[in-house]
Design a protein around this ligand. Structure first.
Ligand SMILES: O=C(O)C(=O)CO
Length: 325
């Protein structure tokens, strides 16, 4: 490919060097420098570019695509989820779009297991007990939590991330994995992970831990609402490492406050950032992280590398490493 003539926009000043170096070999780079990135700077620098490495979760929509112009040939996000992309607008313009699933499966799965144990074993509440001088370990039944051993873990969405979580949990001697997905996974993987596809209601009723690992779409938005929580065990723990909007947060607050379910562990919320005065933060039985599932040095660097390859392949008219559609 002779791509030196291509102009590529990097939409975030902190895109890891691995991605920048790859693109720099063959392309003229234009970079957004403001931090947090200013939309106005992006809309100005996007004009006339051939490719874009979309480094944040800023809306990638008609406004941005129109500002870029009709020569735009290749875009890659640096994320697995693409819910901030107006996919119809990208498709309508026939612009190849890549994203970066798979490389972050392990990092997100590690975090999910951490959250599952932290929520089930009341880490956050325990820390608060210490801070408030309520270390009451003279009770024999003080701070009892949920066992992972022999538990049923239900996955709402069972792609690469869900399967990586299940693989890790097999080391904790869980009893069974249940899952709901649009597609059934292959029998060999089912066998290896002791996983069984079930209907959503069965998943809710039988799971001790429910893990949300599905993309945010019109079909998944708000699915975890009061109706769903009422079908769960009152000892159940909900984990969300996917997208905040899949959960109705008001209903989750009610379910946790009334102990309708035992606890929740969230890496994602709605909105992000969560306002510091959110009522969710007043609860003892929730642990909330600021969307750090893929936040390891190696994972972010790998994501930048894949995104850069996607952009280069799109510019060369080749199939991207991980096309989003
Ligand atoms: O890449 C994504 O979509 C993420 O949310 C990483 O945590």
């Amino acid at each position: 490919m002779s791509a030196k003539s291509f102009k590529v926009l990097i939409t975030h000043p902190e895109v890891p060097q691995s991605g920048i170096d790859l693109l720099n070999e063959n392309c003229e780079l234009v970079r957004v420098e403001s931090l947090p990135p200013k939309r106005s700077e992006l809309l100005q620098k996007i004009r006339g570019v051939d490719g874009i490495l979309w480094g944040g979760h800023e809306a990638l929509n008609a406004e941005a695509l129109d500002a870029a112009g009709p020569q735009l040939k290749s875009i890659s996000t640096m994320s697995a989820g693409i819910d901030y992309v107006d996919l119809d607008e990208v498709k309508r313009r026939k612009i190849p779009l890549g994203h970066t699933p798979t490389v972050l499966d392990n990092a997100v799965a590690d975090l999910a297991v951490g959250l599952l144990i932290a929520a089930g074993r009341r880490f956050h509440e325990g820390r608060k007990k210490i801070e408030t001088g309520n270390w009451e370990n003279y009770h024999l039944n003080w701070m009892l939590g949920q066992d992972v051993r022999d538990s049923v873990v239900g996955f709402y969405g069972f792609g690469g991330i869900g399967q990586a979580i299940a693989k890790r949990l097999s080391g904790f001697d869980i009893d069974q994995v249940l899952y709901t997905t649009r597609r059934r996974i292959d029998r060999e993987t089912e066998k290896e992970l002791n996983a069984k596809k079930v209907e959503f209601n069965e998943l809710l009723a039988k799971s001790d831990f429910v893990v949300i690992a599905a993309p945010l779409t019109a079909a998944t938005q708000g699915v975890f609402n009061a109706t769903a929580f009422n079908k769960m065990k009152n000892t159940a723990v909900l984990i969300n490492i996917a997208r905040g909007k899949i959960v109705n947060q008001n209903d989750l607050y009610d379910a946790l406050r009334s102990n309708r379910i035992f606890a929740a562990g969230l890496d994602v919320v709605d909105p992000e950032p969560l306002p510091p005065n959110s009522k969710l933060l007043t609860l003892d039985n929730i642990i909330i992280l600021p969307h750090i599932g893929s936040a390891t040095n190696r994972t972010r660097s790998d994501m930048a590398t894949i995104a850069a390859h996607n952009v280069l392949r799109g510019l060369a008219g080749e199939r991207m490493l991980s096309p989003a559609y």
